[in-house]
Design a protein around this ligand. Structure first.
Ligand SMILES: C[S@@+](CC[C@H](N)C(=O)[O-])C[C@H]1O[C@@H](n2cnc3c(N)ncnc32)[C@H](O)[C@@H]1O
Length: 216
């Protein structure tokens, strides 16, 4: 998977506009290949790589080798159970969902939405299937492999993952097919909650006690 990431990372950094991103999370970032590419492309960006304790040691070595230990930190843990931090402007989830079942995948997306700043972006990179669930050929073959080698994983259609993202409180996702290959990215923003009431408004009318201000 690292060889694939090293091939795809320059193409991904070329297509994503991260110039306003200050804090990035690479969830399940493995050897930090993408976090390193993002940090090199955007000198003001601070990144966190989250992964299980063993892979995180490899990530730390790679980050140090690239002289980026002051800009990329690491968090060791299990993203299904542990806190993944918060205050991120951008969360990158690459090649993760296909190893997990639908409930776990929705849980990961929900956790990411909680960890994002309002207006922040969630990008989910995977070998997505088309709506028919059987094409393109690469992701279809990959999906069969996932059925064999993971307890409950499979390849998902980009439509089903986009639906989970929207249900979790993100804007309608864009599907970025960034090159001729089999991987593509779903990108969406966490919605702002905008109060429609003037900050000087102190109640009155028919609001119930303890009712929070009207927000969208
Ligand atoms: C297929 S690799 C993808 C690595 C990298 N994101 C990429 O696209 O090349 C999946 C990564 O997720 C990590 N991972 C799997 N389950 C995890 C969990 N429950 N908590 C944290 N990391 C996990 C693995 O250790 C591995 O590094």
């Amino acid at each position: 998977m690292d060889a694939i990431a090293r091939d795809l990372a320059p193409k991904v950094t070329a297509v994503l506009d991260l110039k306003n991103v200050q804090r990035l999370l690479d969830l399940g970032g493995g050897p930090a290949t993408y976090a390193i590419a993002f940090a090199k492309a955007h000198p003001r960006l601070q990144a966190t790589v989250f992964d299980l304790p063993q892979p995180i040691k490899i990530a730390q070595e790679q980050i140090a080798k690239q002289g980026l230990s002051d800009r990329i930190n690491t968090l060791a843990g299990n993203f299904l159970q542990d806190d993944i931090g918060k205050g991120y402007d951008f969360i990158w989830v690459s090649q993760i969902l296909h190893s997990h079942d639908e409930g776990q995948s929705q849980g990961i997306i929900g956790k990411c939405v909680q960890a994002l700043n309002p207006g922040g972006t969630l990008a989910i990179h995977d070998f997505y299937l088309n709506k028919d669930g059987a094409s393109p050929p690469g992701p279809a073959m990959f999906g069969v492999h996932m059925l064999a080698v993971t307890p409950r994983g499979r390849a998902y259609t980009w439509g089903e993952v986009a639906e989970w993202m929207a249900e979790a409180g993100l804007t309608a996702p864009e599907h970025l097919c960034y090159d001729e290959g089999d991987a593509s990215i779903l990108v969406a923003q966490k919605k702002y909650r905008i109060s429609l009431l003037n900050p000087g408004y102190s109640g009155g009318g028919d609001r119930l006690p303890n009712q929070s201000p009207l927000a969208i």
